[in-house]
Design a protein around this ligand. Structure first.
Ligand code: ARG
Length: 468
């Protein structure tokens, strides 16, 4: 960063900015990452000014060419960002003017940094949302493949983290697909409100030039210009909404992480994460730690924090723009960066995960996971469900004393609890019998899991927006 530049707003000032205040108020250290959007917005604005006869054709051409040169310098790493010039907007404008002279000074006609920064941020977030939607899509695709591969794999399903009923691993993966599709739906909904253009609101009240906002909106791919200039420069709902959607998505990935961490422990042993997604211990040679899911679970905290930061940032602000709004960028950038990283690492990790079928099966065979199936069997033989529940409870207590699961009790032993029990009871006490019996939309039967995967793939092929 250099420091030797005159500030574009210095006209009414008699003393220079205090050196510390200059550093304290500058945002260029982080908002420089908006340079592409800032330049795109300026080019659209200049073309509109020329179309309206506010700038000459030559001035516009010089501005467009000059901005392209600024962009090249930034991308080549030869652009000297100046803290004295405060932010990305004034840095770029000053460099343009240094390059092309007076025409550069005319670019800011009918515009303020207030509508400029809001526009830049919306353009940036629109791109980020599109990238995040691709990230979700890649993870969903990995999960669909995994669910298909493991559609018949039996594992215990849990409630209260206690063995509840047998389920299929494929069904469990498809639960994550549902969550991720809702995340995609929320981001798409939010994108519609991001894609509104503040430009033309100027500082707060609009401008006295005969601007054409529809032209600029179309040039930048916005749905439409914002309706009210005061709202346009001060609204950050879109940033809060995005961060809320991201916080929910991170909460999902955190829950997912928690399961992967549990399942890869020696005590569960259901899955093995690829070595590429784990790290070792510098002191304990035997260790293989699930660092990636742990870190995703950990990062969820800061995303929740960013949502709270943005809500709090806005709660006390009177209309219209206030400098407070400069604080919107770092939480937003960090949220998008971390969600994007988490989605990417998850998609890769899930593609390299292996299942330990024997361990899952053994766990499902313990804990009386088919007790509900026995109760349902008795109901089909005319016993009221509450009585059936009681009968099975007694059979479970017996099995516990004997150290044997229901399927390992003899027919004679089972008939002690109800004479309605026949030889065919072993069909429902088997794990396959149990999962196959739940054969309806949304059930865990392998046939249903395959049907669900096929529906998802068909919807994706047809380009149906997920999560609605
Ligand atoms: N750096 C500022 C921000 O991020 C740009 C807008 C400044 N506008 C102003 N009137 N000071 O919000």
């Amino acid at each position: 960063m250099t420091n030797a530049t005159t500030k574009p707003w210095a006209g009414r000032f008699e003393q220079p900015t205090d050196a510390f205040v200059e550093a304290f108020t500058a945002s260029v250290g982080f908002d420089h990452r908006l340079y592409r959007q800032d330049i795109a917005g300026s080019i659209a604005h200049a073309r509109m000014l020329a179309q309206q006869g506010i700038l000459s054709g030559e001035e516009c051409a010089a501005i467009v060419a000059g901005l392209a040169r600024v962009r090249e310098r930034i991308e080549a790493g030869t652009f000297a960002w100046s803290e004295a010039l405060e932010d990305v907007h004034m840095n770029i404008e000053a460099a343009l003017t240094a390059d092309i002279g007076d025409a550069g000074k005319r670019l800011h006609t009918g515009r303020s940094r207030n509508d400029q920064v809001a526009t830049d941020l919306r353009l940036w977030l629109r791109e980020e949302i599109d990238a995040l939607l691709c990230g979700i899509d890649a993870l969903v695709s990995a999960l669909l493949d995994l669910a298909e591969r493991e559609a018949d794999t039996i594992m215990p399903g849990f409630t209260h983290l206690q063995v509840a009923q047998p389920i299929t691993f494929g069904h469990h993966m498809m639960a994550w697909v549902e969550m991720l599709e809702r995340d995609a739906g929320r981001l798409s909904d939010c994108r519609a409100r991001v894609n509104i253009m503040p430009l033309g609101a100027a500082a707060l009240a609009g401008t006295s030039y005969p601007i054409d906002r529809a032209f600029t909106a179309a040039a930048l791919g916005f749905e439409r210009p914002a309706e009210n200039s005061l709202d346009a420069v001060s609204d950050r709902d879109f940033a809060i909404e995005f961060t809320a959607a991201a916080a929910i998505a991170m909460m999902h990935l955190s829950r997912f992480s928690e399961e992967l961490i549990l399942w890869s422990s020696a005590q569960f042993g259901f899955i093995e994460l690829s070595d590429a997604y784990c790290t070792g211990s510098s002191i304990m040679p035997q260790k293989k730690n699930p660092d990636v899911p742990e870190l995703v679970r950990g990062k969820t905290g800061r995303i929740f924090g960013h949502l709270m930061a943005l809500l709090t940032l806005m709660k006390g602000q009177p209309l219209a723009y206030n400098k407070d709004n400069q604080e919107d960028k770092e939480p937003l950038f960090d949220t998008a960066d971390n969600l994007r990283g988490a989605l990417k690492v998850f998609a890769d990790m899930m593609r390299h995960l292996t299942c330990n079928h024997a361990r899952m099966r053994a766990a499902a065979s313990q804990g009386f996971a088919t007790a509900t199936d026995l109760a349902d069997y008795l109901v089909r033989r005319g016993i009221p469900f509450r009585d059936a529940h009681e009968i099975v409870g007694k059979a479970v207590a017996f099995g516990l004393r004997e150290g044997r699961d229901l399927a390992l009790l003899t027919l004679a032993e089972l008939r002690r609890f109800s004479p309605a029990i026949g030889e065919d009871v072993y069909d429902v006490l088997s794990l396959e019998g149990s999962v196959n019996a739940r054969n309806h939309l949304g059930g865990t039967a392998p046939e249903q899991v395959r049907a669900a995967i096929a529906r998802k793939r068909a919807a994706r092929g047809a380009g149906v927006a997920p999560g609605r």
